[in-house]
Design a protein around this ligand. Sequence first.
Ligand code: SAM
Length: 415
Amino acid sequence: KALVGELSSFSRSGIYRLPGVVNAAFVDPVRLLNFSYSRYRVSASGYYCRTFDSPGKGRKTNKEVNDSSRSKNKRKRSRSHDLNEQEIIAERRHQEVRPLLLKAHEALSGTAELLGFLPTLVRDEESCLDGGGLEQNFVELGGLWQAPLYEIVLCTEENTNEWQEQGLQHEESSGSTVAPLFNNLINNNTTNDVDAEFVNRRFVLPRQCSFHMSDLRQIHDLIPGSSDQGFNLIVIDPPWENGSAYQKAVYPTLPNRYFLYLPIRQLAHTDGALVALWMTNRGKLRSFVENELFPSWGVTDIRTIYWLKIKPDGSLLGDLDLIHHKPYEYLLLGYVNGKKVVPDCNQNLEENQIFISIPGAYSRKPPLAKLLVDNIPGPKPSRCIELFARELIAEWTSWGNEPLRFQDLTYFVKR
Ligand code: SAM
């Protein structure tokens, strides 16, 4: 059936402005990511491959019921007695934003055409490309003594087709470039997706992307030679410690004080940079960021954007009032070097914007830059960087100890 109106525009843009609520939108990360690729598409099944509880399915065992009522009691206790000062402030903030989140969710629930479309977002018509075997653990490899010796082979645009026919085991040839994988800035300077090979696995590099796979200790290599070569948008999703055993298994975390050393001022463009920092709901973290981290980075004019998570059936991912595992996360945004106001840039970033999406697997954050374009200062096209990235974006620089994580061919389908 042909899509019409807002749904048709959503199908192209990945952004659905919710009716009747200012500054609230539903987004599809897969559609947003797809703007980076020409020969491939991000696989929806690969992106959304987490399992969601569905009504009537996966009924709880008695143990789970007991555990859940025990933790509910614990939550109730902590609500009445155990909240420390920072948690009380966080709870107050939650109560302030709660009506806005509910209003945005109600608007989504009342948009029948979108609700009906949601289940189709999370699966593909075609199956994912088979990467074959186990995915690469870059965090582990980067820590080995051999790390400086590992090389990646980039297949340039001209011999892409030939390379695809040959499959893996590509030998160095005139149409390919070999580069050290770790502690090295690797670029795809072409205007097309480029295939890459590393230890018998294939990866996709979107057009004009750069990445630097290294530990925090090497991040200074990214500081541009001159500050007018700095970045206008800096997105940061730090590996915050949060005490969750599950998260520890997903990626290594770092103590808060380490993030004070991120060279944000040096990375920022002289004409200003918008800094977008992913947060957790812990009250203690908010106070660290407001009182220590942002002042040390020189970030001012702080605003909040909320990310509300839903299931493919449109319901909230969990109870809105849980103390720690709320069905939303948020970003704090602010400006560095923002004194030079650029005429085209709307530095009056709206407070309390809300966007809703179905969360991807492996705690992936949705790519939001498209929602922020009007607020990025400095010359166009904006120079954008993501710190602690696990994926690449066309025309962006990505840095972290595993920026190729979700570039494995397994996460893509052919266009
Ligand atoms: N934004 C990412 C996404 O949506 O997929 C998630 C980033 S995750 C919160 C933090 C990342 O920081 C992980 O990939 C982790 O491996 C990486 N990391 C942890 N310690 C690091 C270090 N010392 N140097 C560089 N990266 C590190």
